[in-house]
Design a protein around this ligand. Structure first.
Ligand code: GTP
Length: 439
């Protein structure tokens, strides 16, 4: 099925004003060069999703960091010269730079300088669909921008300062710029408060929906994994649905839930989630917690790994780190090695098999390995379910209805006023039915 690109999902920068970007990633020690190059590849994909053109990627070897300009003076000069030579109009650092470093670097380059966090924030902002995701990202952006406000108003301060009447002796001069910053800070704080309230409201609704789903006791599987691993493709392939798929990062920002029936007719819910990424900006970890929280309520996590990717192992580790941050590392996980159709290194698959228990190899695109995957999923469910024998008075029709809703009746017969059932039900339901249990 051809991918659909809704208007809302386009890149942040329309084609006609594409910026030409110079990408820089720093590394210490020659053995880190390969990783640095891979990180630049990923940043390139992020920048393309952001809507700019990458002119050059520079792995930059450093011996130490500079507190003021991130890279030391000599290196900085080389990079500034390169940016002039290439005629770029945007400089992007793969590493997180502080607001102060950003200001100093912009002065040195005489160009806008952004970091990976800002790129991810912009990509997320352009792709958010639901009210909650939009509010979450807006909140993360506002928090990111707050300490950087000064950047916009320093020119006013300078004007006011040069106008005489300085405070002298290192005293504090409150210029127009400073006042403006204070007003903006207050406005930003109001905006933050409003956004937080919006998010709380949406979460309350989500909570109600979740509770009603919990009551239905349909098992939930969440597909998680690094961005571009193929999560939406798998959800589409399994459920024959049409979730947005694109060879870009973060095509999925909001969780999508679909019903899926195993070949044994057991129903489950499958959730597609936002992709994880190395160095997910902390602001976004917090902002996305609630989006991922829903996925973290799942009974089982299906961890999808693009095994054909050169950094597959690092990506899998990143996913586990994010899971830890979400306190979900103890959930049962099925490790699914995806894109085996284009994986040229069989030893890599072997390494994953050794490292992670319960691995399955599939191609979500070519629909290979689905039987195996289903088998593992059904197997995983067994640990949450129990086969029990019950004796229920026929007059207690409500109980029988409840059992039919949450479980499968394996056998039944009637004796006098009672019905005898052998049922396969969730562990939690078995607890509630204790008084009807036969030994
Ligand atoms: P995010 O939304 O960024 O988290 O991505 P995702 O994990 O949902 O990935 P998505 O399903 O959008 O797929 C990303 C790209 O990988 C698309 O171009 C898919 O066609 C491709 N892809 C997915 N599965 C396979 C596979 O088994 N084999 C191959 N060759 N490509 C695949």
């Amino acid at each position: 099925m051809p991918p659909k690109v809704p208007a809302k999902q386009q890149s942040p920068n329309p084609v006609e004003e594409k910026k030409r970007a110079l990408l820089i990633s720093v590394y210490k020690g020659s053995d880190k060069l390969d990783i640095c190059v891979e990180h630049l590849e990923e940043l390139e994909l992020l920048i393309e999703t952001y809507g700019a053109v990458v002119v050059k990627k520079v792995p930059c070897s450093i011996r130490k960091y500079d507190a003021a300009t991130f890279v030391t003076e000599g290196k900085l000069q080389e990079l500034v010269d390169l940016s002039k030579e290439l005629g770029v109009d945007l400089v992007v650092f793969d590493d997180e730079i502080t607001p102060g470093q950003q200001r100093n670097l912009e002065k040195a380059f005489s160009l806008p300088v952004i970091d990976r966090t800002e790129v991810i924030l912009e990509v997320f902002a352009a792709r958010a669909q639901t009210k909650e995701a939009k509010a979450q990202i807006e909140l993360a952006k506002v928090k990111y921008e707050a300490p950087r406000l000064k950047r916009l108003w320093t020119h006013l301060s300078r004007q006011a300062g040069s106008g005489g009447g300085g405070s002298g002796g290192g005293g504090y001069l409150k210029g127009e710029g400073e006042k403006q910053i204070e007003i903006d800070r207050r406005l930003l704080q109001q905006k933050i408060d409003l956004l937080k309230k919006d998010i709380e409201d949406v979460r309350a609704v989500r909570e109600t929906q979740r509770n009603s789903r919990e009551r239905s006791e349909i098992p939930i599987f969440a597909i998680i994994g690094y961005t571009n691993a193929g999560k939406s493709t798998l959800l589409n392939a399994l459920t024959a649905s049409d979730v947005f798929v694109e060879d870009k990062l973060f095509a999925t920002l909001d969780t999508t839930t679909r019903k899926f029936k195993f070949s044994n007719h057991q129903e489950i819910l499958l959730i597609d989630t936002v992709g994880f990424i190395r160095k997910l900006p902390h602001l976004l970890v917090a902002a996305f917690k609630s989006t991922l929280e829903e996925a973290m309520q799942a009974d089982v996590l299906v961890h999808l790994i693009d095994v054909s990717h050169p950094m597959a192992e690092e990506q899998a580790e990143t996913t586990f780190e994010v899971l830890k941050e979400l306190n979900a590392e103890k959930k049962p996980v099925i490790t699914v090695l995806n894109k085996i159709d284009q994986c040229e290194d069989p030893t890599k698959i072997l390494r994953f098999r050794i490292k992670y228990p319960k691995t399955v190899e599939i191609s979500a695109l070519k629909k290979i390995g689905f039987e195996d995957l289903e088998e593992k999923m059904i197997h995983e469910l067994k640990s949450f379910r129990k086969v029990v024998k019950l004796k229920i008075p026929q007059s207690n029709y409500a109980v029988v209805t409840e059992i039919m809703r949450v479980g499968h009746i394996l056998s039944q017969h009637y004796e006098e006023n009672d019905v005898f059932l052998e049922v396969d039900i969730p562990e939690s339901a078995a607890g509630r039915l204790k008084k009807y249990l036969l030994d």
